[in-house]
Design a protein. Sequence first.
Length: 147
Amino acid sequence: MTDDQVRADAPTAIDELASPASPVHLDTSFLINALVPGTPEDGRLRGWLEQGTAIAISCIGWAEFLCGPVSHDDRQRARKVVGMPLPLVEEEAVQAAALFNVGGRRRGSLPDSLIAAAALKAGATLATSNGGAFRRFKRAGLKLVSD
């Protein structure tokens, strides 16, 4: 039995969640987990791709992903899914700073603020395996699919 057959035969709770109507931005944690066959993230991403949902990643998320360790093959597979990482522009930098400040100015949280700002600017749902890092941005309008 192949991995695809196992996934098709074994629905998980995450399969029962509604698919977002908006484009989806991937957080680094989600992308890393989606590269592992059979994970909930893998199944969720496959579902979005089958539905034709637009998938993207910010340049911040992409840089975190490249910090690895990541194999050349996984980098190529990921790039096929997310395309060219979206650049950071001044509007997102301003919004990220505001998110950072209202989020309590937590040490190490600026990259998450930047990733959230990019998703907000694009009107995208953010997919993450680290919901705790992003839930505080929901009051700013961030749509979230998480663990």
